[in-house]
Design a protein around this ligand. Structure first.
Ligand code: GLA
Length: 436
């Protein structure tokens, strides 16, 4: 492998103890797309037929890069393009290096990475710390950390996700530290995303070795699961909740996935639009990476089932619900800042308020109602640390609409109604403080 001709400027830890090695789009939570349930074939096949998900090949990946732009993700600020457990050949090459699936990527991975880069995207690949990858049973990186890091750097990869299957007897912290060192030894700035599902409290040691780490198990598009991920994530102490280059990853956004998506972990998405809105709101305010996994291509049924993705039979497409929920720039702006991640502000039992300070002094507030009935919510602005008498502007971020100004309390009288499983998202800005 060729050594990289440049050095990474800040591999050492900074006083803030966060991990900036120069990898792109890491200061703020990564915003992007993953192939995980976005490129399956044999769906929507007959009910009884298990979908083959985690499929990818040269054609489908290039078309998805194009579609990333055409469906509006790029314009809304998304930049990361990740291939999950789908790309590696089942055998290493004769020299022991990982290689792209020889049948699906006959020209190898480098031209694919170059193509994504030529379209302004940051390119990510998946590997696993253990003997095999989780679902694809492809070669894991165990025993090959140096070679695998070198291959990723040689191809120009910007992000590596490392999973935790088949790791009997291994410990997360030393293992991920070793791979992080191997990545940095290449001289290429690579964003490291650790995926041990939050088991060894990665938020306590992760900021020394990675820019993001899974804080929870796999997220599937079922309401009970989304609710569980939000609850587990909320348990992380505020000091570890997330800051620049150190983000707690709640796993991928399944927004708007029904039968058009390969079934994540065997589950078909069935969440309502209200529940999917909660998903996006809470991922945004809790400063999770927002990596969408959903098909960006609508292909003819025959070609879809055969896994024959061609520009002739596939057109770029996401659903109107996905456009509404994933492309709202004011909601994305709550996520795409480098202030500390949001925190639980008020627990009213049936509903909760979360807040995130924004760089301009305004505060994003989410009213989240995980209960099964409508909740009446309100907030004393003193909870934001604002002096008594403060007049605030209020913006409804989903509606992208200014609401009447209010003093000391929101709403000024009565309550806002939060639907069961729903979330309202606002931005509060100080207009004036009463001078007494
Ligand atoms: C694990 C990870 C998922 C996905 C699959 C791929 O389950 O947690 O995010 O990467 O492996 O096999």
């Amino acid at each position: 492998m060729k050594p990289w001709p440049f050095l990474v400027f800040s591999l050492g830890l900074r006083p803030t103890d966060c991990y900036d090695n120069g990898a792109p789009h890491s200061r703020k939570p990564p915003l992007g797309w993953s192939s995980w349930v976005g490129l399956g074939r044999q769906w929507p096949g007959p009910e009884a037929q298990a979908p083959e998900f985690d499929f990818c090949d040269e054609e489908s990946v290039k078309l998805s890069v194009d579609a990333f732009h055409e469906v509006g993700l790029f314009d809304a600020g998304y930049r990361h393009f990740h291939l999950d457990d789908c790309w590696a050949d089942h055998e290493r090459n004769a020299s022991g290096f990982l290689q792209a699936d020889r049948q699906h990527f006959p020209k190898g991975m480098k031209p694919i990475v170059d193509y994504a880069h030529s379209k302004g995207l940051t390119f990510g690949l998946y590997t696993c710390a253990g003997t095999y990858t989780c679902v694809g049973h492809r070669p894991g990186s165990k025993g090959h950390f140096r070679e695998d890091a070198a291959v990723f750097a040689e191809w120009g990869v910007d992000v590596v996700k490392m999973d935790w299957c088949f790791t009997d007897g291994m410990q997360p912290e030393p293992t991920y530290t070793a791979f992080s060192e191997a990545l940095n030894a290449t001289g290429r700035p690579i964003h490291f995303n650790m995926c041990e599902w939050g088991r060894a409290s990665p938020w306590t040691w992760g900021p020394r070795v990675a820019q993001s780490w899974r804080a929870t198990g796999d997220h599937v598009p079922l309401w009970q699961d989304t609710k569980k991920v939000i609850a587990q994530r909320s348990q992380i102490p505020a000091a570890y909740a997330g800051r620049p280059f150190a983000w707690n990853d709640m796993d991928m956004l399944e927004t708007g996935n029904y039968r058009q998506a390969a079934h994540a972990n065997g589950k078909t998405g069935n969440m309502t639009s209200v529940e999917y809105r909660t998903e996006v709101s809470m991922w945004a305010i809790l400063a999770s990476p927002m990596i969408v996994t959903t098909p960006l291509l609508n292909c003819s049924k025959t070609d879809q089932i055969a896994g024959n993705f061609t520009s002739g039979s596939c057109r770029p497409s996401i659903t109107p619900l996905q456009k509404e929920l994933l492309l709202n720039k004011e909601v994305i702006a709550v996520n795409q800042v480098d202030t500390p991640a949001g925190r639980l502000l008020k627990d009213a039992g049936s509903w909760m308020a979360y807040s995130r300070d924004l760089p301009d002094g305004s505060v994003a507030v989410a009213f989240y109602n995980p209960s099964d009935s409508t909740a009446d919510a309100s907030l004393d602005l003193s909870a934001l640390g604002w002096a008594s008498g403060t007049m605030a502007r209020v913006r409804d971020l989903w509606a992208q609409k200014e609401l009447p100004q209010t003093r000391d309390r929101f709403p000024s009288t009565g309550f806002v109604e939060v639907q069961a499983h729903g979330t309202l998202l606002y931005r509060f800005s100080k207009v004036s403080e009463l001078i007494v």
